[in-house]
Ligand binder design. Structure first.
Ligand code: PEP
Ligand code: MG
Length: 598
């Protein structure tokens, strides 16, 4: 069955409203003027397949889990909206409270439970039927206020159905070409389903500027504003709006003057991008001719062309999660080999650093949900190498695929979320066993196995870096998680986004020390977190002695432009001065000054 959008909301017609500016987090720069597509108000497919007698218990539990998740989402929205400063947010707060109430021991939940037990309906089907029944009663009433509650109950029911159906059933891919997507939240898995050129920008009510959704938006070059709480009730499908991803602003019902102004700003932005393109083939070296490797981070294979167009010297971080997203099965060694071999071949001999699975935290895979459960704090839970060692068959399939793909080019293997040397020892043990198995099976793999290295993104690993040096052929510093875990700031939480501070002296000391120890031991080291793609930080990294940075493809040329004006000795001097500071605001100012002088 399809539930048409008009049943879900009364405001799907473009609204001829008053001009309004909504602010959020500027997650990915760029200016777009376009028409809105509201993701969460679209069609939803409901399976009418009945459940087996012995599945009633599990289906009831699924219903309760879905209810709990819906309430959790509504609470998050409520606390996000309370930080936005407007009368509309207060009203939104009341409404969300009412929605939470509708999910707590309500007729909706009791009715659905009953249908699962008595009529063996699956949970989504049961919720849909109860919602239809309640909404029909409401809308038949004379009182206009009560009749309008039919819309609210449908809104709540739709949220619950989406939670029950999981990520695979969301409908991002229905957005018309060229639309600006508006959604409560966009997950990394949703991003993986966007078709190239499908969306021109997106705006969400939730989400932090350092999470994977933001990273993917930046690397795909899609302007994005996240954490803009007011947006969900501010727009309707078809509205014309302006998104300024750099400033984190969304202009609703823009005036003619706005359109003229932003059309010019968009043209300037595009012209600056074209000008940078001339740097593509010039060497990435400092003024005193020290070569610096500039590599690309890749989340999805479609970014590969951007990496090559922007002159990437290699891939410094291939996040292998893309192979697991939006699938309800685990891809086997052969399937992964096919995907990886293709990427390695396309890089034509340039180095490719493939990271093993880092599912967990905000990055979820449907097929692994049962193994991972829902820990109270996913960022501190079963994530990265912890999961891979708990389920070694995951690592075996990945190592097998990577080793076979490595025959087509130059490959390195990177292990995420490493906290201690024991994890690397176990990973290496499995790595060598897989190599042995492949040889026995007659697969061609390189004589010398590709280097095996660790992500340094947990403070413990950075502090005890000398112990890891024993088992690692290289290090890649992940500043996103290193900042998150050092400062205890969730990188995806919009409420603490303002406190996420990679220039905190503690974070900088960890980075500097890892680079120093790696240099002393002759172990190659790179930085592959988002900091690497910010041109302001380049003198600092070069001054620390770093010679390899990996970043979103869109930042490669900006960083190259910056480093070609630098001198390594001068950068060293500047980095030493920065490290004498204790205040990150002062550090930021100093870096701005260095950049102005260059
Ligand atoms: C990091 O943590 O800095 C990193 C590069 O890994 P990810 O962003 O994929 O967690
Ligand atoms: Mg990380």
């Amino acid at each position: 069955m399809q539930v048409p959008p008009k049943d879900l909301t009364t405001s799907d017609e473009p609204s001829a409203g008053v001009r309004r500016v909504i602010t959020g987090l500027g997650a990915s720069g760029g200016i777009v003027i376009g028409r809105v597509f509201v993701m969460d108000r679209q069609y939803i497919q409901i399976s009418r397949k009945p459940i087996a007698e012995d599945a009633v218990g599990a289906e009831t539990k699924r219903l309760h889990d879905g209810v709990a998740e819906s309430i959790d989402q509504l609470r998050r929205l409520k606390s996000q909206s309370s930080t936005a400063d407007s009368a509309a947010s207060e009203e939104l707060g009341f409404l969300l409270d009412a929605y939470i109430h509708m999910l707590t021991q309500s007729r909706l939940v009791r009715g659905a439970e009953d249908l699962i037990v008595t009529r063996k309906l699956n949970a989504v089907h049961a919720v849909s039927d109860v919602i239809d029944a309640i909404a029909e009663q409401f809308s038949g009433m004379d009182d206009r206020y009560i009749a309008a509650r039919a819309t609210d109950i449908r809104e709540v029911g739709l949220r619950l159905m989406r939670c029950l159906m999981g990520e695979t059933d969301r409908v991002v891919d229905k957005a018309p070409k060229g639309a600006i997507l508006i959604a409560e939240d966009v997950s990394p898995a949703d991003m993986a389903r966007f078709q190239p050129g499908q969306l021109t920008a997106f705006v969400t009510a939730l989400g932090g500027a350092e999470g994977h959704t933001a990273i993917m938006a930046r690397s795909l070059g899609i302007p994005a504003v996240l954490g803009a709480a007011d947006i969900i009730r501010g727009v309707s499908g078809g509205d014309q709006i302006i998104v300024d991803g750099g400033r984190g602003e969304v202009i609703l019902s823009p005036t003619d003057a706005d359109i003229a102004h932003y059309t010019q700003r968009r043209a300037d932005w595009l012209a600056a991008r074209d000008k940078l393109a001339s740097l593509r083939d010039v060497p990435s070296a400092t003024r005193d001719e020290v070569d610096i490797d500039l590599h690309a981070n890749i989340e999805l294979p479609i970014e590969l062309s951007a990496a090559l167009e922007n002159g990437a010297g290699g891939i410094g971080l291939l996040r292998s999660e893309f192979m697991f997203m939006n699938k309800d099965y685990l891809p086997d060694e052969d399937e992964q080999y096919g995907e990886l071999a293709d990427i390695v071949k396309r890089m034509g001999g340039k180095p490719v650093t493939i990271r093993t699975l880092d599912i967990g935290g905000e990055k979820l895979a449907v097929a692994l949900q049962a193994d991972m459960g829902t820990g109270p704090n996913p960022a501190l839970g079963l994530r990265g190498v912890r999961l891979s060692l708990r389920k070694p068959e995951l690592l075996e399939a990945q190592f097998g695929a990577i080793l076979r793909a490595s025959l087509h080019g130059s490959v390195r293997v990177l292990i995420p979320m490493v906290v201690g040397v024991h994890e690397m020892t176990r990973a290496r043990h499995i790595y060598e066993a897989v190599a042995k198995r492949l040889r026995k099976e007659g697969h061609a793999i390189p004589e010398t196995l590709p280097p095996l290295g660790a992500m340094i993104e947990i403070p413990a690993a950075a502090i005890a870096i000398d112990t890891l040096a024993r088992e690692c052929d290289f290090f890649a510093i992940g500043t996103n998680d290193l900042t998150q875990y050092t400062l205890a700031i969730d990188r995806t939480d919009d409420q603490v986004a303002g406190l996420y501070d990679p220039l905190h002296p503690a974070v900088l000391r960890l980075i500097r020390d890892v680079i120093r120890v790696a240099g002393e031991r002759g172990i190659p080291v790179s930085v592959c977190g988002e900091m690497a793609g910010d041109p302001r930080y380049v003198p600092l990294f070069i001054g620390f002695g770093l010679r390899n940075l990996s970043m979103s493809p869109v930042n490669l040329l900006l960083v190259k432009q910056r480093l070609r004006r630098l001198d390594t000795r001068n950068s060293e001097h500047q980095a030493n001065r920065v490290m004498e500071q204790w205040d990150s605001a002062r550090i930021a100012m100093m870096l701005d000054d260095f950049n102005d002088l260059a």
